[in-house]
Design a binder for this molecule. Structure first.
Ligand code: AR6
Length: 162
């Protein structure tokens, strides 16, 4: 089941929230900064042991002070106009995150709109990939697209309800 909500992802009581991280996995701005602040310093300690993450891949940690049990960190592509494999790398983020979810018994997962903030991916194109990739996955639990803005929520709702 897929649905979209407008919320701060750090407040969601789901089994796992997904972080739109950078390849260092050591924190940053945007949703990454919010997740690290809310989880507390233990999160970056565990992240230091992971050796970073390639674009399109994902790694899992505990959620520490978050209501979510796990954080699945993924690294989206920087938008460079769409000809640098951005669509396939973004799809890979969703696929790899859901594979880790299945492997760890996660039954509810919330995604932010990966790459559409600082990394500049156009929201409409990114939301189409997010929804299509989740729909094609083996994951059978609840998937929440957690939108930060009302405008983003509208994009997801329009795609989910067509
Ligand atoms: N809850 C839900 N969504 C949020 C939140 C939040 N608390 N905060 C921001 N968003 P971005 P990216 C939305 O920039 O584009 C970091 O510095 C935001 O409105 O967080 O993948 C990393 O370390 C947007 O819709 O991630 C990387 O360096 C979406 O989350 C870089 O940014 C993604 O925006 C990754 O850039």
């Amino acid at each position: 089941m897929m649905r979209a909500v407008q919320s701060n992802i750090t407040t969601l009581a789901v089994d796992a929230i997904v972080n739109a991280a950078n390849s260092s996995l050591l924190g940053g701005g945007g949703v990454d900064g919010a997740i690290h602040r809310a989880a507390g310093p233990e999160l970056v300690h565990e992240c230091r042991l992971l050796g970073g993450c390639h674009t399109g891949d994902a790694k899992i940690t505990k959620g520490y002070r978050l209501p979510a049990r796990y954080v699945i960190h993924t690294v989206g592509p920087v938008w460079r106009g769409g000809t640098e494999r951005e669509p396939e790398l973004l799809a890979s983020c969703y696929r790899r995150a859901l594979e880790l979810a299945v492997a760890n018994g996660v039954r509810s997962i919330a995604f932010p709109s990966i790459s559409t903030g600082i990394y500049g991916y156009p929201i409409q194109l990114a939301a189409e990939i997010a929804i299509a990739t989740v729909a094609a996955s083996q994951f059978e639990g609840e998937v929440i697209f957690c939108c930060f803005s009302a405008a983003d929520l509208q994009v997801y709702e329009q795609l989910l309800h067509r």
